[in-house]
Design a protein around this ligand. Structure first.
Ligand SMILES: NC(=O)c1ccc[n+]([C@@H]2O[C@H](COP(=O)([O-])OP(=O)(O)OC[C@H]3O[C@@H](n4cnc5c(N)ncnc54)[C@H](OP(=O)(O)O)[C@@H]3O)[C@@H](O)[C@H]2O)c1
Length: 248
């Protein structure tokens, strides 16, 4: 199985690529320096020349690129994965969200991701569109929670973590495993979230123990939000299973 994967300089795509290769697949990265993404003809030519068995779109590119790629894949019978975000839901919307809850995005990023979802599904009705939560990496660096927490700690000497905020989130390697599982499910919209109900303080404190970080994590009654997502079709390793017992 050959997958053409976008966003390979990012945080999530390399981990998905690793999982694809571990499963015996091959990965062709989309190198934007060689293959432009701002022309429908260039997008079409590159996909048709690669002839992948799967197209996995994880890059933060334009909705046009997403739409053109989806259209080309639909015409050529190539299955399409688009990785979206829990951020399509507005701050005022309260989870846990199911795929039946219609997003009403209230910021630029949410509107952008929702527009990409819309373009992909319009061009390729048999696409897989997967909303993921905040990603958790193995170390600092990249666009993920451990890096955010470490930067917060360095800037303020402490991390104020709300006990009333329930983010959608999952460990990167678990996200990749669940994405592979979703590729085997029927096309459609999916939610991928590994938070079984932990609040942000519990998560930050758990990561502090797990990663052996020197953070001071302080419980606060701050942000009140439930951003969890539910989808009974998708199994994701619960983040709590990764955390060492606080008593040990
Ligand atoms: N990380 C998270 O916590 C998180 C949470 C929810 C959803 N997501 C979604 O997961 C996907 C991957 O996220 P990520 O964290 O890996 O993102 P990232 O680390 O910010 O990387 C995104 C990649 O997209 C490509 N890219 C960036 N700007 C671009 C532009 N203007 N035009 C075309 N391509 C551009 C680059 O890859 P190349 O240079 O290789 O093309 C970049 O490395 C995204 O769609 C994101 O919305 C991520």
């Amino acid at each position: 199985m050959k997958a053409l994967v976008t966003g390979m300089h990012g945080t999530v795509a390399p981990v998905l690529a690793q999982a694809l290769r571990a499963g015996g697949g091959t990965v062709a990265p989309w190198d934007r320096t060689l293959h432009p993404v701002d022309s429908p003809a260039a997008v079409r030519d590159f996909i048709q020349s690669e002839r992948p068995d799967w197209f996995c779109h994880l890059a933060m590119g334009s909705p046009d690129w997403a739409g053109w790629a989806a259209e080309t894949c639909a015409e050529n019978g190539i299955p399409f994965l688009y990785v979206s975000s829990v951020s399509v839901y507005a701050a005022a919307q309260t989870g846990p969200f199911t795929v039946r809850d219609v997003p009403v995005p209230d910021d630029d990023y949410g509107r952008y991701k929702f527009e990409c979802e819309r373009r992909v599904l319009a061009a390729h009705p048999r696409a897989h569109v997967v909303r993921i939560g905040w990603q958790i990496g193995a170390r600092t660096g990249g666009n993920q929670m451990v890096d955010h927490l470490d930067r917060t700690h360095r800037a303020h000497g402490r991390i104020d973590a709300s006990t009333r905020w329930f983010p959608g989130c999952s460990f990167l390697s678990d996200t990749a495993a669940s994405l592979l599982q979703i590729l085997r499910l029927p096309p459609g919209l999916y939610h991928l979230d590994g938070n079984p109900g932990l609040n942000f303080f519990e998560i930050a404190a758990g990561l502090n123990r797990l990663r052996g970080m020197p953070w001071t994590v302080v419980p606060v009654a701050g942000l009140v939000q439930n951003r969890r997502m539910l989808d009974p079709r998708v199994s994701v390793v619960p983040i709590s299973r990764r955390f060492p017992d606080p008593r040990s």
